[in-house]
Structure formats: structure tokens, C-alpha cells
Design a binder for this molecule. Structure first.
Ligand SMILES: *Cc1c(COP(=O)(O)O)cnc(C)c1O
Length: 452
């Protein structure tokens, strides 16, 4: 163990490969199904949506996938990211645990999302695609993709969930600054958006609805493709740069984690941090407990079912076997907009079924409490999503205070909260509600699962 507080790596230490955990699984993950035939999708089925390299990566079982030189070159703008020991948080908590965090908030758009936005824009540009369309919840993915599109000269059009469009105008402006066009979702611009508005003119929107609008647009416009910021295998793959760097940095600290904790919306930052450590665990080189943290208002792992479901609200996407609350489930508008998604990554859901990690759900007041504690000790105001992981880290560190255990805890602060200060304001003035989720709302949405 060293006395260091931050381990910074040289640019040359940016990983050369992404890590594909599929190569190391005892059981291969179930296939994506075509909704019309219920048979596994063929690469051709996905060509209207994604470039060929991403379709290949989606189905790949190769252990390592080479990161293109051009992508590594853009990564140099902010990678490797620092790994920091949260000594001041440890002191504030009076815990014998040692707390480390990988800080992804220093990327151009302020989260881990550019790790995948950049390769997605790169592969599309190389294939001659002129425009990418997407959805965004809190605006983190939209701004990451807008930044990446600007790097490769692509147009970018974003459907932003209405609750965030109204609540986070700064994110909207950031996307425009990068040159993107932004619409609130549901919007009258697509058939599905118009239908959702007819059903509820005041709809707060959901990621599921916004995905439907973006997918509908990508299918209708030639030369346009769709980009997804989480959930799919290729997205999780790209995020493994987080964990690969963290392994080297933990070694430089002279530490191995006893526990790796991450927040899960669609699962990409958690997987990006955890998968390389899971590889080490499967190989017997370390033995960390791996724990996912999701919001109590949208608990796909802890209260959802493992079943084939659509990725979007309208049922336009292929069928994904995943932990889901039902594609019609509209989560309450909690401040961690990036965690408001009805499903969980199919690959992570598969690993969860295999017992390879644990999951817990957190109420948003506990998360903002941990986020504020972190801000006051470490100085970084974490995104409300990241605050979910921190809430579990704080809880574990306090358990260590009781037991005297010197556990090594590792998490990712996957984004800063500079555009989420309204949530902090509400928390600090006692106006933030914990939203209970009655079982009948889940049951109603689950009744709409597609039958195979
Ligand atoms: C998008 C986002 C999330 C949720 O997405 P995952 O794929 O689960 O990582 C979490 N935190 C931040 C900061 C985000 O931008």
C-alpha cells in the first residue's frame, strides 16, 4: 500500500484492447430474437440500425477487441482517468475501510459515456453514415454522442426525455454547443411520439419512449443510424477501459479490492468497471464481491423478471432476454435520470442469473445524502447516478466501522453532478421525495411482456 492519493497513468497506458467477458463465461448468453419470428436475429436484421463492426462486436466471443488507433487518439483527450483514494471521505466516516474511486467525470461531456460514443461515431463515420440519432435520459448520453459526432463530422439528433428536457436545460445547451439538434420526447415528430402525446399530453416521457422515437427516425431516413448509450454488449465492451485502467492503478496502490460497487441504469459503467475484475476473479487472481446498485424507483434487477422483452416502449426493437420491469413501465421522474430504464443489460442479466454479482436498491434521499457527504469531503459533486454507488460504499464503510474490518472498496464516480444541482437543492431543502413503487405497477407492466 502506498501513501499516494491519486494514481495518474501516462497516455501510453490507455488500453489497446477492450475486454469481452463473453469469452470467459461458463454458459453463453441467450441470443437476441427477431420479434416477428422469435428466431435469433441475423446480422442483416440489424444493418438498418448499426454499422457492421458494432453488429460483429455485439455477437463476438473474442476475448479482446482491438481499439482503433483513431479512437485511442480521441481517448487521449481525457484518458487514462485518475484513480483516487477517498482519504477524506474515509476520515469523515471514521471507517477502517479504504475507499477508492475511478473518476470518469473529467471526460469532455462529464461522464463515462464518451468511452462508447467515440467508437460508435468512428465506426459509423467509416461506413459513410452521415447522421446519428439517439435518445437521452438525463442528457449524459446525448451530450457524449454530440461530442463524439463533432469529432467525426457527423450530424446528431437527440430525443431527450421530457422530464429531463424541462429539468436540465444546461444539458440541452451543451448538446447544442456540440452541434446537435435536441427534441423533447414524446415529440410530435414521430408516429410513436404523437401517439404517446395523444395518450398523455403531459407525459414526463421515458427512455423507452425516446428510444422508440429515435429508432423510428433511423429506420425512416437513409444514411442515418441509431446509437445506444447502454444496455448492448458492444457498449459494455467499450466501457471496459475503465476497469482495465483501474486494475493497473489498484496494483500501483498495492491493493486488490474486496468489493467493487457500481450504479446500474442499463449497466454500462458498472460492467465497464467490474468485467475486468470479474476476469481476474474467474482466473483466481483476486476475489472481490461485485455489487450493483439500482434505484428503488426503477429496480429491474431486484424486482424485475428475467424474460424476453422489447428494449423500447413501442416494441420496435428486437427482443432482449433481460431483467425487466416491462417495456411499458414508466419510472417516476427521480433525479438520477440515467437510471430510469425498464430493463437491464442482457449480458449483465445473464451474469446475475449465473450468480456472478449481487444487487441492491437505494432510495434517492440516501443517495443524495451520500453524494453531499462525498462533495464535502472529496470536493467532487457526483452525478445522482454515481451517488447510488456511493450510498452503498458509505453503507459498507459504516459496516466496517462497526466490525473493524479494513476492507478495500472500489467504485466508479461515473459522472459529475454539475448539471444536476436542482436535485441537490431539493435534497438540501428537504423537498426530495422517496417514491414508493407499489407491486401492482410492476405487475401491470409485466402483463404486457411479449409472448413467445
Ligand atoms: C447514463 C449514466 C448512467 C446509467 O447508465 P449505465 O449504462 O448503467 O452506466 C449512470 N451514470 C451516469 C453518470 C450516466 O451518465
Amino acid at each position: 500500500m502506498t501513501e499516494a492519493t491519486r494514481i495518474l497513468l501516462d497516455e501510453s497506458r490507455i488500453p489497446h484492447n477492450w475486454y469481452n467477458i463473453v469469452a470467459d463465461l461458463p454458459v453463453p448468453p441467450p441470443p437476441i430474437l427477431h420479434p416477428a419470428t422469435s428466431r435469433p436475429v441475423e446480422p442483416d436484421d440489424l444493418m438498418p440500425l448499426f454499422p457492421v463492426e458494432l453488429i460483429d462486436q455485439e455477437a463476438s466471443a473474442e476475448r479482446f477487441v482491438l481499439i482503433p488507433a483513431s479512437v485511442r487518439d480521441v481517448y487521449r483527450l481525457w484518458r487514462p482517468t485518475p484513480l483516487i483514494r477517498a482519504r477524506r471521505l474515509e476520515r469523515a466516516l471514521g471507517t477502517p475501510a479504504r475507499i477508492y474511486y475511478k473518476y470518469e467525470g473529467g471526460s469532455p461531456s462529464g461522464s463515462h459515456k464518451p468511452n462508447t460514443a467515440v467508437p460508435q461515431a468512428y465506426y459509423n463515420a467509416r461506413q459513410g453514415v452521415g447522421k446519428l440519432v439517439t435518445e437521452t435520459g438525463a442528457g449524459q448520453w446525448g451530450s457524449a454522442l454530440a461530442f463524439a459526432c463533432a469529432q467525426y463530422g457527423l450530424e446528431c439528433e437527440v430525443w431527450m426525455v421530457r422530464a429531463s428536457y424541462d429539468g436540465k436545460p444546461g444539458r440541452r445547451s451543451l448538446m447544442r454547443a456540440y452541434g446537435a439538434t435536441v427534441h423533447p420526447s414524446p415529440s410530435p415528430l414521430t408516429a410513436y411520439g404523437a401517439e404517446a402525446l395523444a395518450h398523455d399530453p403531459d407525459s414526463p416521457g421515458s427512455l423507452g419512449i425516446a428510444i422508440s422515437e429515435a429508432v423510428e427516425t433511423a429506420r425512416a431516413e437513409p444514411g442515418t443510424r441509431y446509437a445506444l448509450g447502454s444496455l448492448l454488449n458492444h457498449v459494455l465492451l467499450h466501457q471496459t477501459v475503465i476497469g482495465e485502467e483501474a486494475i493497473e492503478q489498484m496494483a500501483a496502490f498495492g491493493e486488490a479490492p474486496d468489493m467493487v460497487v457500481g450504479c446500474t441504469g442499463g449497466g454500462s459503467n458498472f460492467a465497464g468497471l467490474a468485467f475486468p475484475f470479474l476476469r481476474e476473479k474467474l482466473a483466481g487472481r483476486m476475489a472481490p464481491v461485485i455489487r450493483a446498485v439500482e434505484p428503488a424507483a426503477c429496480p429491474s434487477l431486484t424486482r424485475g423478471v428475467y424474460a424476453y422483452d422489447f428494449g423500447d416502449a413501442a416494441g420496435l426493437t428486437p427482443l432482449l432476454k433481460m431483467h425487466t420491469l416491462g417495456h411499458g413501465f414508466i419510472p417516476d421522474p427521480i433525479h438520477a435520470g440515467g437510471l430510469r430504464y425498464h430493463g437491464m443489460s442482457p449480458l449483465l442479466s445473464h451474469l446475475y442469473e449465473l450468480g456472478m454479482f449481487e444487487a441492491v436498491a437505494m432510495e434517492q434521499n440516501d443517495c443524495f445524502e451520500a453524494g453531499s457527504r462525498f462533495a464535502r469531503s472529496e470536493g467532487v459533486v457526483p452525478a445522482p447516478e454515481a451517488a447510488h454507488a456511493l450510498a452503498e460504499v458509505v453503507a459498507e464503510a459504516l459496516r466496517c466501522r462497526e466490525t473493524g474490518e479494513e476492507k478495500v472498496l472500489l467504485t466508479a464516480v461515473c459522472g459529475h453532478g454539475h448539471f444536476d444541482l436542482d436535485g441537490y437543492d431539493r435534497y438540501l431543502s428537504g423537498r426530495l421525495e422517496d417514491l414508493s413503487l407499489p407491486q401492482d405497477r410492476i405487475d401491470t407492466a409485466l402483463a404486457g411482456l411479449p409472448s413467445l
